[in-house]
Design a protein around this ligand. Structure first.
Ligand SMILES: Nc1ncnc2c1ncn2[C@@H]1O[C@H](COP(=O)(O)OP(=O)(O)OP(=O)(O)O)[C@@H](O)[C@H]1O
Length: 229
């Protein structure tokens, strides 16, 4: 058991949409310790994406707080988000007219790394994901599974110590899912990373994560009593 402070602290997170009619996340609290891989498991609509977006500062919670690396996301967003990267809902916005390698170098560059200094790391990641022979191919021409791998690879190349991955196997067939799970777990084992991974697929969580947080689908319309006859 680590004595380090948690990398992620979600405390009493609540988010409603549509003027309060839809509760996406209700008083959710959890921590993610450094170096651990935690799964958010839940059916469609359980609030997994909203939770991850709140951690990334893309959604402003109605109440509760989020800390990334000990820094409050609301109070000091730039400092908090310097430590974290994410792949949202199955795919990062890779540039489809750029090659696989150009995408990796681009995302390394915007994360503050020298794109020329990460070539060795690109090699390693592309080999691990078995897409090294596609490195000079434009992303547009790749299969869905390969695009997904490029998305994940371009998150992992940035060297962020904390990574959120939302539904990494969304839309993949059984074989592509199996491969991606294996490659993701291998990468996590080789890099010193803290990961929060969401999925509605129990197998993905079981095969990749050390710990699981189960979210129930609680979003519901609150019917005003005037609406009942
Ligand atoms: N921007 C939004 N405006 C209105 N409602 C939203 C918005 N974002 C999410 N919701 C609602 O909040 C609830 C939780 O959505 P969320 O996408 O977080 O769930 P999820 O667990 O990620 O689902 P999925 O597995 O389908 O992606 C759903 O009822 C959804 O319709």
């Amino acid at each position: 058991m680590s004595n380090d402070a948690p990398d992620l602290v979600v405390d009493g997170l609540t988010k409603r949409f549509d003027d309060g009619a839809v509760t996406a996340v209700d008083d959710l609290s959890f921590t993610v310790e450094p170096g651990s891989v935690v799964g958010l498991l839940g059916p469609n609509g359980a609030g997994k994406t909203t939770t991850i977006k709140s951690i990334l500062g893309l959604v402003i919670p109605d109440s509760g707080s989020v800390e990334v690396g000990g820094v409050d996301v609301h109070d000091r967003p730039r400092l908090a988000h310097r430590q974290i990267d994410a792949m949202l809902e199955g795919a990062r916005n890779n540039y489809w007219r750029l090659t696989v390698e150009e995408n990796l170098r681009y995302f390394a560059g915007i994360s503050g790394l020298d794109p020329d200094a990460v070539l060795e790391e690109c090699d390693e990641i592309l080999q691990r994901f078995e897409i090294d022979e596609k490195r000079d191919e434009v992303v547009r021409n790749l299969s869905r599974g390969m695009k997904q791998k490029v998305s994940l690879a371009s998150v992992l190349v940035t060297d962020a110590s904390i990574v959120c991955i939302d539904e990494p196997t969304l839309g993949l067939d059984v074989e592509s899912t199996r491969q991606l799970k294996k490659e993701l777990r291998n990468t996590i084992d080789q890099q010193d990373m803290t990961v929060l991974l969401s999925s509605h697929d129990m197998d993905v969580i079981e095969d990749v994560c050390d710990r699981v947080i189960i979210m129930h689908a609680l979003a519901k319309e609150i019917v005003d009593s005037d609406g009942w006859s």
